[in-house]
Design a binder for this molecule. Structure first.
Ligand SMILES: [Zn+2]
Length: 171
């Protein structure tokens, strides 16, 4: 729940920023279309088009879908990367629940005396496994992902245990 709430808040503020950017862009387009056309032309020039080609492209895209062109090429917002707070929160809630269920299974299966080392080791193994699954799903190289996830997981566990020791409680 805390991961989902955090994700929701973070993606919501991103969505707010994007909406505010779009609103400002829409106003600028209404107030000073000439300046906006020049701005778009300069953007295409900076991406490697010569001045005449950039002018043609900017003019064509302005008549086709002016807000879409500024949204994509000036603000860098794309349909695929649009901030969707609820979707992000659901994905977080689901993945964190599934991920947390794996070490919990170990708790159910093993005797109490072994819990602390067994859950630590099992968690690291599961992290490595999930790092691998994530890399495979995204068609990225396996090892860097596995090492990254396991390393940061181990560090987080060590820090949490350290703080628990300092506070005199199991965290
Ligand atoms: Zn613009």
């Amino acid at each position: 729940m805390s991961m989902a709430a955090g994700e929701y808040v973070s993606v919501s503020s991103q969505a707010d920023t994007e909406a505010a950017d779009l609103k400002r862009e829409r106003r600028e387009l209404a107030e000073d279309p000439e300046h906006e056309l020049e701005e778009l032309t300069r953007i295409y020039e900076s991406r490697g088009l010569d001045r005449p080609t950039a002018e043609i492209v900017a003019r064509k895209l302005t008549t086709h879908d002016v807000l879409g062109a500024h949204k994509r090429d000036e603000l860098g917002l794309s349909e695929a990367a649009e901030a969707k707070p609820l979707q992000a929160a659901m994905a977080s809630a689901l993945t964190f629940t599934v991920g947390a269920a794996l070490p919990l299974l170990v708790v159910l299966l093993l005797p109490v005396t072994l819990l602390v080392p067994a859950v630590s080791v099992a968690s690291l193994l599961f992290l490595a496994l999930l790092g691998g699954v994530g890399a495979r799903a995204g068609k990225a190289p396996l090892m860097p992902s596995i090492i990254r996830v396991t390393f940061w997981g181990a560090l987080a566990m060590a820090l949490t245990a350290g703080i628990g020791k300092l506070a005199g409680a199991v965290v």
